[in-house]
Write a protein that binds this ligand. Sequence first.
Ligand code: 5AD
Ligand code: SF4
Ligand code: FES
Length: 331
Amino acid sequence: MKRLLQRALEVKLDHLDNYVHLRGLIEYGNVCEKNCLYCGLRSGNDRVARYCLSDEEVLSCARLAHELGYGSVALQSGERSDPAFIDKIEQLVREIKKIDGGSLGITLSLGEQSEETYRRWFEAGAHRYLLRIESSTEELYYQIHPKNGRHDFHRRLECLETLKRLGYQTGTGVMVGLPGQTLDHLTDDLLFFKRMDVAMVGLGPYIPHPDTPLWRLRDRIPSASERMDLTLKMIAILRIMMPEINMVAATANQTVDPQGREKAIAAGANVIMPNLTPGEYRESYFIYPDKACVKDRPDQCKNCLDIRLAAIGHKILYNAWGDSLAFTKKK
Ligand code: 5AD
Ligand code: SF4
Ligand code: FES
C-alpha cells in the first residue's frame, strides 16, 4: 500500500504539480424528492428540519468565495425537479456569474434532471457537474436505493452521458465500504470511470446514518480505518489510471480519520470543497453524521487548509477555476 500511494503521488506531481483547487461549497437546500437508503436527507427522514437558502444567502456565500480567493463555487442540494427550483437555479447561476465579471467557476451537484434543464443551467454559466453513480454495479445500486420509479440506474447513466454531451466537465463517483460491496464492485467502479472517460471523480467512505434504513446493516461494513484505507487505494489506483482528472478529497474522509482529507490529497486527490453554508443550516445538511468543520467559519477553514496542505508539501492555487486537465486538453 505504501508503494502504491507513493507511486500515485509521483504520477500526480508529474502531471498536475502540487496544487490543490478549492470549490466553496454552498449547500443550497435539503429538500429531496429521493429516498436513498443511506442518506440523511432522504425524503422519508422526518427528523430533519428542511430549509432552502434565500437568494441573498447564496449570493453572499458566492461573494465570500470570491473574497477568499477560492476561484470556484459548488452549488449542491437535495434533488428537486419542480419548475420553481429549476428557474431559481438558472437565475442564481446567472447572478453568481455577474460577480467580478464572471470570475468564479461554477460546479453544480443537483442530481438527475432533464436534458433541457441541464442545458439551461449550462447556458446560464455552470460548467462542471457532479453526479455520483454511487455504485456502477446495477445490482448493488438497487441494494442501496429503493426500487421504484424515482431511482433508476439507467436514467442515472443517461444523465451522465447527457451532461458530457452538453459540454459540462462531468464528474461521478461512488461510496466506499457499503454493505454488500466487494472488491470486485470497486474494481468495476474504477473501470467504469475510465470507460466513461470522466473529467472528475469524487469518492469517499460510506458513513452510516442512524436515521436511514441502511443503518441496520452497520455491523456488516468494514471498520472506519478499513474504509479509509480502501478509499485511499481507490484514489491512488485511479490517479495512476487517469493521471489528469480532478479528484476530490471528500469531507467524508475527515469523518472517518482526522487526517483523512490530507491523506486523500497525498494519495492523488487534488480538489477540496470547503463549506461556505451559513452556520445555522449546517446541521440540517447531515447527509451523514459527524461532518467535519460544522462549527468552523470559512476564514478559519481557509487558514486551517493552508497549514494542513503546506504540511504535506502541497499548496492551494487561489483565484483560479482549476479545471480538469483531462477535460481542457481534450477540448
Ligand atoms: N455516507 C457517505 N456519503 C454519503 N452520501 C450520501 N449519503 C452518504 C453517507 N451516508 C454521498 C453520496 C452523494 C453525495 C452528495 O453524498 O455519494 O452523491
Ligand atoms: Fe437526496 Fe442525494 Fe441524499 Fe439521495 S443522496 S436522498 S438524492 S440528497
Ligand atoms: Fe475546516 Fe480545518 S478545514 S476547520
